[in-house]
Design a protein around this ligand. Structure first.
Ligand code: LMG
Ligand code: NDP
Ligand code: PMR
Length: 437
């Protein structure tokens, strides 16, 4: 095979041989970017009939061309063909795993699975049928600033470009604040948990780790030759950033106040952003408000200058994921049926994975600052949306159904995430927290 796989490549270029790229494109690369398929195929086919000496010569030429393209990074078409690279946090289960699977199977994407549990992630990827050469698991615990930094170092050591970043990992502690069932103390919640750096854990893992990760990887996204590079941050309907939706009206409601708790450092005994009493369900919703604010602030600061597209997504209610692992078994059993039959907000993990993959790869979801919110089926308690009304199909085919997202522009994002001054305040206070150690 062509000798370029071992060629030292700078971070601007995919560290990949043409043979590898052609091989991947062969299984399903038709969907996106025929150019890399052709490029890869030509790269190999063009060399196939040559003698060893001629091949070595040709390989050297390719190498020279690559080096040359390093000196002229502003000419994107000089970049060699190869797969695009996406980092997905929390890809060991649920939405992240299914999006990873979808993107890897397209043949166009190399997926870096940024996970806190290496073994679990490897096992999940294998069970999902992902090809061994379509992904890599790198350790990343978002609840530790140091781990996030180590992850970024490990990623840089791979000499890969970065074309998309998906901030997906999250934890949810719905019962942590409860004094007990029937009697005080009976099955009582354990109260707040804390990250390696001492911050409330839902805030740290769902938001602060991602804040640091986005900052550390911004330069990589800037250098991507894939235009536009993207950063997708998961939001949710329960964070109530999308106006009057039933899913956003179930108590406890998100409330970040004026970040009084954050100003105090979000360390024990302060566990809530508004410095109120701890509530696990609210802590999750607050952290997702911060995720949407992070997207808004990244967009405001960097979109124009860098061209990077920053978006948020609510993919529907994926009622069967590990997110509800700490909820009561009764809840876990009834929740999917409730959303399938009553609210119609239910979405399967596979379909949700496709929706997230579309936000990474589909040109229809490339407007920076957008919040793509799944509207649910028409007239069923979801926000609906013009396109959803026209959609009568129940088992929704992806291509028919993409229009059921309701898109909010950056200025339409509401609720707790509406105020731009507060988004800035969140950014400034977060910077302080991640530099503190
Ligand atoms: C909080 O409680 C906890 O306090 C908190 O700790 C945390 O856990 C948090 O968000 C998580 O929840 C919320 C609590 C209050 O909700 C419940 O306790 C209800 C739990 C039920 C979970 C869903 C399972 C439902 C089972 C129904 C059975 C369906 C089975 C299949 C269906 C077959 C049908 C053919 O919640 C409330 O306060 C609710 C009130 C919210 C008011 C907001 C707006 C009300 C609008 C009413 C519209 C009605 C829509 C239909 C509802 C149908 C309900 C069955
Ligand atoms: P899952 O629990 O299935 O997946 C969450 C992932 O995050 C897991 O892989 C988990 O790792 C990982 N994770 C948790 N903490 C950390 C950490 N400290 N460091 C690294 N990884 C971590 O839940 P979902 O797939 O449902 O959630 C994915 C995203 O979708 C979340 O952002 C959530 O807010 C969002 N979302 C979910 C909805 C739903 O209905 N489920 C609705 C709207 C939004 P591990 O496997 O090791 O536990
Ligand atoms: Mg909700 C269209 C109505 C709708 C939608 C879209 C959601 C999404 N939920 C809706 C309605 C209701 N929920 C109603 C009427 C009730 C009262 C019975 C209800 C209750 C409820 C609970 C107890 N819902 C929940 C919980 C949770 O513990 C979940 C949660 O709040 O996690 C923070 C949850 C969710 N509902 C949703 C979605 C998407 C969730 C889960 C996760 C998330 O927001 O990321």
């Amino acid at each position: 095979s062509v000798a370029t796989a071992s060629t030292p490549v700078t971070r601007n270029l995919p560290a990949q041989s043409f043979a590898e790229s052609a091989q991947h494109s062969a299984h399903g690369g038709a969907q996106l970017g025929a150019s890399s398929f052709l490029g890869g195929a030509l790269g190999v086919a063009g060399l196939a009939g040559l003698s060893r000496r001629q091949r070595t010569k040709a390989a050297r030429k390719l190498q020279t061309a690559r080096q040359f393209s390093v000196q002229l990074p502003s000419i994107p078409f000089m970049a060699p063909p190869g797969k695009k690279t996406v980092i997905i946090t929390g890809a060991s289960s649920g939405l992240g795993l299914n999006a990873a699977k979808e993107l890897a199977a397209s043949g166009e994407w190399y997926v870096i699975m940024a996970c806190r549990d290496f073994q679990k992630a490897e096992k999940a990827a294998k069970e999902a049928g992902m090809f061994a050469d379509s992904y890599e698991v790198l350790h990343c615990d978002l609840a530790s600033n140091r781990s996030v930094r180590h992850f970024v170092d490990a990623f840089h050591a791979m000499n890969r470009p970065l074309d998309a970043l998906v901030c997906n990992a999250a934890v949810y502690f719905p019962n942590a604040h409860k004094p007990g069932i029937f009697l005080p103390g009976l099955f009582a919640g354990e109260g707040p948990r804390w990250s390696a750096d001492g911050h409330e854990l839902s805030f740290a893992a769902n938001y602060l780790g991602h804040f640091l990760l986005c900052n550390l990887l911004l330069e990589d996204l800037k250098r991507s030759t894939v235009k536009p590079a993207r950063c997708v941050i998961l939001g949710t309907v329960t964070a109530t950033v999308n106006g009057a939706e039933l899913g956003g009206m179930i108590p406890p409601l998100a409330h970040v106040g004026n970040f009084e708790g954050l100003e105090k450092g979000m360390k024990a005994p302060v566990s809530m952003l508004d410095a109120h009493e701890f509530n696990g369900a609210k802590a999750y919703k607050d952290s997702k408000v911060c995720d949407v604010m992070l997207m808004k602030e990244l967009h405001r600061r960097y979109h124009q200058e860098t061209g990077i597209v920053f978006t948020s997504l609510y993919p529907g209610c994926i009622a069967e994921t590990g997110l509800f692992r700490e909820h009561y078994p009764l809840f876990q059993n009834l929740f999917p049926a409730f959303h399938k039959t009553v609210t119609k907000a239910y979405v399967s993990q596979e379909e949700a994975g496709r929706r997230l993959a579309a936000c990474v790869a589909d040109e229809r979801y490339a407007t920076s600052g957008s919040y793509y919110s799944w509207g649910g089926e028409a007239g069923t308690g979801g926000s609906g949306g013009k396109d959803a009304v026209e959609n009568k199909d129940k088992e929704l085919d992806w291509f028919m159904n993409y229009g059921s997202f309701r898109t909010l522009t950056v200025d339409e994002i509401g609720g707790e995430a509406a105020d731009d001054a507060r988004c800035r305040k969140l950014w400034d206070l977060s910077e302080r927290l991640v530099q503190a150690r």
